[in-house]
Design a protein around this ligand. Structure first.
Ligand code: PEP
Length: 255
């Protein structure tokens, strides 16, 4: 586990919540979750709702915000796409790259993810790079190879710098199945070793690695107790303000 970074609780709203629902969420969430100086909370609303999120959290500087995906180029004739520089102009802090739904539905492969991470860093945003194996890959015994390839392709394309990672086993996303604390701990260690071996050197020790995959109020404490788990990326349970408030306020024990 990183000894320096504050635990990070991130909400990936996917294609849920337009601007109106975003404002309603912020109102309810703000009334049940007060700022905790010992942790970070980051939201990834749909792009169309980013400005509503930024506007409605102007009294809550503890609630950070990012974009779910960016295009791999700075600008150009790419109808429907958003560049990292544009995202930075709206006042965002973060950007996701390589979410498994992007990899599966939009063909974001490792090289494309690496290019997107480059643009995100160039624009001054902080990337959260998602990696994770499918069920078939896990059952075929290639977990380590898959995670190493995903991590190293990103690291090989840039000067090593501190990145935030999310280990998200594909079979646990939106399925209700969660990796056991043992599986999560083992996979996080593989990711950390891959960072070390992929040019990340001593940055591996301080790399922030989140766990994602059916995180909910009932399993957050056990997951956050796992050595090497520095926070969580939450999909479904982050859509409910009360549930996500419970997750974000979870006891952190002796970390
Ligand atoms: C995700 O979208 O990154 C995710 C982990 O979703 P869920 O929590 O719904 O499994």
């Amino acid at each position: 586990m990183s000894m320096r970074a504050k635990p990070l609780f991130a909400a990936n709203w996917k294609m849920f919540k337009g601007p109106r629902e975003t404002e309603e969420f912020v109102g309810r969430f703000s009334s049940v979750y007060s700022a905790h100086p010992d942790r970070r909370v980051v939201f990834f609303p749909p792009s169309i709702s980013l400005e509503a999120f930024v506007r409605s959290t102007d009294q809550r500087p503890d609630l950070e915000v990012g974009i779910q995906d960016v295009h791999e180029e700075v600008d150009g004739a790419h109808t429907g796409s958003i560049s990292a520089l544009m995202a930075a102009q709206v006042g965002l802090d973060w950007a996701l790259a390589g979410h498994s739904e992007r990899r599966r539905e939009f063909g974001d492969d490792d090289a494309l993810v690496a290019a997107k991470v480059g643009r995100i860093l160039d624009s001054g945003l902080r990337p959260i790079v998602c990696v994770g194996e499918t069920l078939e890959e896990r059952e075929a015994g290639v977990l380590t190879e898959v995670l190493e390839r995903q991590v190293r392709t990103v690291l090989a394309s840039m000067d090593a710098g501190p990145l935030t990672w999310a280990y998200e086993p594909v079979w646990a996303i939106g399925t209700g199945r969660t990796a056991s604390p043992e599986d999560a701990g083992q996979a996080h260690e593989i990711v950390r070793q891959a960072i070390r071996g992929g040019g990340g050197g001593e940055l591996a020790d301080s790399a922030v690695i989140l766990y994602g995959g059916s995180v909910k109020p009932s399993n957050i404490e056990a997951l956050m107790a796992v050595p090497g788990v520095d926070g969580v990326l939450v999909g479904g349970a982050s859509l409910d303000p009360e549930a996500f408030a419970v997750i974000c306020a979870c006891p952190l024990g002796t970390r």
